[in-house]
Write a protein that binds this ligand. Structure first.
Ligand code: V47
Ligand code: SF4
Length: 389
């Protein structure tokens, strides 16, 4: 329970009766309703939301801030789908403008990290019509043969839905097949906004919200964990965000298979939605805070710094976030191509530790499933690299 000063901060920063009532619920760690979530978005002032989200964060994790050492494989940016927000993909007809890695190139990438203490590979890319279920099962087997202890987090529900349909396999059989080949968990991509009113305007042709949720539910039922994302800050309204989070919260009640919720800020460069202005930092922090307050059954809230930028990612640590992603040598192209200012999306462990310590949090390296690998809190303040100041 909070001390007197914290109590005052939690409720005293608002004079609105409805908001104070929500704060009382959150202090008791009771679940808030959709209407209350909406009210937080519409009427909650940033200091009030920050205090509440921080209360939940500290109740769950204290000052611990997790990070994970991983690397990415992006097999291709050729994609059969045409999401309007995507700056990264190339249609099959224009595949000469994109890239397609061979099996050997992907294995060479894995081997590049042989001497490095990475614990996870994140495989994500476009949906290539010729890279099928069998091809990826083979890739998984070969990675596991080479480095059995490397956790493979791979394929969005969008990629999986296409692979299973093309391979004429049910979601259950396809998922079990990939799991047996070496797939350990699923990343959270492809969720965007579930509500059909928005989905049909931004990504009409890929798996719908129910399909996305079914794939994650199936993975959970097979004992796998997964993450969930939400692409926010474009044409959606606050209530679409609540609807999205509601569907995730309901599935989590059933399966408890989600580890982390990751709000992804829409970036507007080089895509068909470039006329839509990007959200402000204040809106970003609001998003994280409301997510932390509303998603009471999600253990972790993650910020992906290559997309948000280092400084905003650091700020989220005061608005509910307890996990930062995008560590060593992160060469993912999806955000740099969409206009993220992080043109060199790579950060050393020392930089990341320092970024966390600057805001008086405790950096802890974790594995994919949040097993703690190394506590850096005793390591003292690190030198701050110039670009972080
Ligand atoms: O689904 C695409 C998003 C996602 C843009 O699970 C964009 O640990 C902003 O899901 N502006 C893929 N976002 C990346 C992803 C992810 C990243 C890091 C960690 C994890 C995890 C998952 O990227 C897509 C889409 O929502 N995206 N274009 C854009 N212009
Ligand atoms: Fe393809 Fe994913 Fe881009 Fe959509 S977001 S076009 S599914 S690569």
């Amino acid at each position: 329970m909070p001390g007197i000063l914290a109590e005052k901060i939690l409720t005293g920063s608002s004079t609105d009766k409805e908001l104070i009532a929500i704060a009382e619920k959150v202090k008791q760690r009771q679940r808030i309703t959709d209407e209350e979530g909406l009210l937080l978005f519409e009427k909650g002032e940033l200091p009030f939301l920050g205090a509440l989200a921080n209360f939940v964060r500290e109740d769950l994790h204290g000052d611990k801030t997790y990070f994970n050492r991983n690397f990415h494989i992006e097999p291709t940016n050729v994609c059969v789908f045409t999401c309007n927000f995507c700056s990264y993909s190339r249609l099959y007809a224009h595949r000469d403008e994109g890239w397609e890695l061979t099996m050997q190139q992907m294995l060479d990438l894995v081997k590049k990290y042989d001497d490095q203490p990475v614990t996870e590979v994140h495989i994500v890319g476009g949906v290539h019509p010729k890279m099928n279920l069998e091809f990826f099962a083979e890739l998984l087997r070969k990675i596991k043969m080479h480095r059995p202890d490397l956790h493979i987090k791979g394929f969005t529900a969008v990629e999986l839905d296409y692979m299973f349909r093309k391979g004429k396999m049910s979601v259950h059989d396809g998922m079990r097949y990939l799991h047996e080949a070496g797939l350990d968990s699923l990343p959270g991509g492809g969720a965007e906004i579930f509500h059909p009113e928005i989905r049909k305007q931004i990504c009409a042709d890929k798996v719908d919200g129910d399909g996305w949720l079914k794939i994650h539910e199936t993975a959970h039922n097979l004992g796998m964990h997964s993450n969930a994302t939400m692409l926010y800050g474009h044409i959606e309204s606050y209530w679409h965000r609540i609807d999205h989070m509601n569907r995730l919260r309901a599935l989590q009640d059933k399966t408890k298979g989600f580890n982390t919720f990751i709000p992804l800020k829409f970036r507007n460069k080089g895509n068909d939605m470039d006329h839509i202005p990007e959200s402000s930092v204040i809106e970003d922090m609001k998003m994280y805070a409301v997510a932390r307050i509303y998603m009471d059954n999600f253990p972790h809230l993650k910020a992906y710094w290559p997309m948000l930028g280092r400084q905003s990612a650091q700020l989220t640590l005061s608005f509910g976030v307890n996990d930062l992603d995008g560590t060593i040598d992160d060469t993912t192209k999806i955000y740099s191509m969409a206009g993220s200012e992080e043109q060199t999306p790579s950060m050393s462990t020392a930089e990341l530790v320092s970024l966390i310590q600057q805001v008086k949090r405790k950096p802890v390296e974790r594995g994919t499933l949040y097993n703690e690998i190394k506590d850096y809190s005793g390591s003292g303040t690190q030198t701050v690299p110039a670009e972080l100041n």
